[in-house]
Design a binder for this molecule. Structure first.
Ligand SMILES: Nc1ncnc2c1ncn2[C@@H]1O[C@H](COP(=O)(O)OP(=O)(O)OP(=O)(O)O)[C@@H](O)[C@H]1O
Length: 526
């Protein structure tokens, strides 16, 4: 019998399948594109940077070429498809499904992008309006789509995949594939847009984020794991100012959200389903109240019943516990229980409630060392660390690729000044940094410090780092720093607090006592 695919076509379709199954943020992805396109592949730039440095990856020549070939091939195979569906091998069937879904996904990508944009705009508008306190129950937070969007998607899907012998639409119905396509698009958007930098450590970070969302095996994820990922807490570690919150957002905003075809809406507007809480900025009672909620009268100031984030967060949402390494062990115990049984109570209440979402936690602390020092519970750590993502320091990035300074400065300059003025200011800033701080400067405050440095340069034309030595940390020569008058009063207080903290066995209470301030002030200065 005549085969459905020519050898060349089969090779192309299988390579496209490998592209879809790959981690899109790893260099291998580009190698797979090369394999699929052969001589039609366009070389441009560093392999691992190609897609992520492109403002709109959909117009990249390799993607355009892949899409054109996929569309033509899918239509040709469809035309050749036997009426009774007999005689097609499993290999051919899988190859056809791969090439057809690759084309389908990209054909609707721009409409999904528009939906992301709309949702973002709605969130900003709502945030402006609602600067006040939050609602007591989850707000009606659905994401409705334009009526003909899903219909058109489903029709194309049916046209391509409802063929004799193919059962994928029975196993994975159209609303699920629609929800999955939207999730893919969001993951691209938030991983690609939010995080600047193309050094190998940053490439690894993006690939790790992708894996946190879709796991190592995206096919298995799409078939089975998509509805179970809330059981996997994610722990983000890395030095201060390295974008841990951006990573948490990318993971939290890229969760799978079921689509209800009858109502034409997603179960949640994902932008309203991410709940960040900075644990180092709040007292233990406030942390508990924010997380678990409280009953009226549970503590002074609890004037009315209130739901906490764990209660409000929907199944497809995420609660982000920033600075988890700073939280009291009593709260660690409560959180551990919530993670294990998903049950918790509001403060002062006996009713048991259920947490349905995902926990993402972050810390700049070395948690194993905190465990050894008795400040962090081991059982809690093991519950948190099923998925660990590490953000690289700015120094690590610059050591890998010194020209990253230009890339990151350009990113910050665009944020500070818009496109027009940005290139010139980025060049000025890089020149100033190289001359005055030196290429080996440690950047102890990481990306945040680079941002700060450029803001200072923009306003004052100069920047005085808090630590004027290349090694970072607090080992600098106090006398020299004091003598040349380069520390601000705030720098001085912070450095002194850190010194006393180190001398007090890193005990916050003891530091507060010696400095005669309260523990929150100590935490803030640390
Ligand atoms: N790779 C990056 N690309 C773009 N912006 C970044 C990047 N890394 C950090 N930033 C920016 O740096 C600042 C600090 O980032 P963020 O608050 O996420 O850091 P963090 O690691 O959570 O710090 P901390 O441990 O102090 O909470 C933010 O303004 C963030 O937007």
């Amino acid at each position: 019998m005549k085969r459905l695919f020519s050898p060349d076509e089969l090779h192309f379709a299988q390579a496209v399948g490998r592209i879809s199954a790959s981690n899109h943020f790893l260099p291998e992805r580009v190698e797979l594109e090369r394999e699929a396109l052969g001589s039609a592949f366009t070389e441009s730039g560093a392999a691992w940077n190609e897609h992520i440095s492109d403002d709109n990856a959909l117009t990249h020549p390799n993607i355009v070429a892949l899409l054109k070939r996929s569309e033509t091939l899918a239509e040709n195979i469809r035309a050749r498809w036997p009426k009774d569906g007999r005689g097609i091998t499993r290999e051919e069937m899988v190859a056809y499904i791969n090439v057809a879904s690759f084309w389908l996904y990209h054909a609707y990508a721009l409409q999904f992008d528009a939906l992301i944009q709309e949702s973002e705009e709605r969130r900003h508008a709502a945030a402006r309006k609602q600067e006040t306190s939050r609602a007591e129950t989850a707000p009606d937070n659905k994401l409705t789509i334009r009526p003909n969007f899903y219909g058109a998607f489903r029709n194309t899907l049916e046209h391509l995949l409802r063929l004799p012998g193919i059962a994928i639409l029975d196993e994975e119905p159209a609303p699920h594939l629609f929800a999955y396509a939207f999730q893919l698009r969001r993951a691209f958007h938030y991983i690609h847009r939010a995080l600047a930098g193309g050094s190998r450590p940053m490439v690894r970070l993006r690939a790790q984020i992708w894996e946190s969302i879709f796991t190592r095996d995206i096919g298995r994820y799409r078939r089975a794991l998509y509805s179970r990922m809330h059981d996997y807490a994610t722990l983000i570690t890395g030095p201060s100012g390295t974008g841990k919150e951006l990573v948490a957002r990318a993971i939290g905003l890229s969760r799978y959200i079921p689509f209800d075809a009858r109502r034409g809406e997603f179960a949640d507007d994902y932008t309203g389903a991410f709940f960040p809480l900075n644990l180092s900025a709040l007292s233990p009672t406030l942390i508990e109240s924010e997380l678990f909620g409280h009953r009226r009268g549970a503590f002074t100031g609890a004037l009315a019943d209130r739901a906490g984030w764990l209660e409000i967060c929907p199944a497809n949402g995420a609660v982000f516990l920033d600075e988890i390494g700073d939280v009291d062990t009593a709260i660690q115990v409560k959180l551990l229980r919530t993670l294990q049984s998903r049950a918790f109570q509001r403060l002062g209440d006996t009713d048991t409630r259920t947490f349905q979402g995902k926990i993402i936690a972050a810390t700049h602390r070395d948690l194993p060392a905190e465990i050894r020092g008795g400040r962090f519970r081991e059982d809690f750590y093991y519950r948190l660390c099923s998925d660990v993502v590490r953000t690289p320091s700015l120094r690590e990035q610059l050591d890998d690729a010194p020209t990253e300074l230009e890339t990151l400065a350009a990113h910050i300059a665009r944020q500070l000044l818009g496109d027009g003025e940005a290139p010139a200011f980025a060049r000025e800033s890089v020149a100033w940094i190289r001359k005055r701080l030196g290429a080996a400067y440690a950047w102890p405050g990481n990306f945040r410090e680079l941002e700060q440095c450029m803001r200072n340069l923009l306003v004052r034309g100069e920047y005085h780092p808090a630590s004027l030595h290349a090694s970072g940390g607090d080992t600098g020569d106090w006398n020299a720093l004091l003598a040349n008058g380069s520390l601000t009063a705030e720098d001085l207080l912070r450095r002194y607090t850190r010194q006393v903290h180190a001398q007090s066995g890193r005990n916050i209470e003891e530091t507060a006592r010696r400095l005669d301030v309260d523990r929150r002030t100590v935490k803030a200065r640390l």
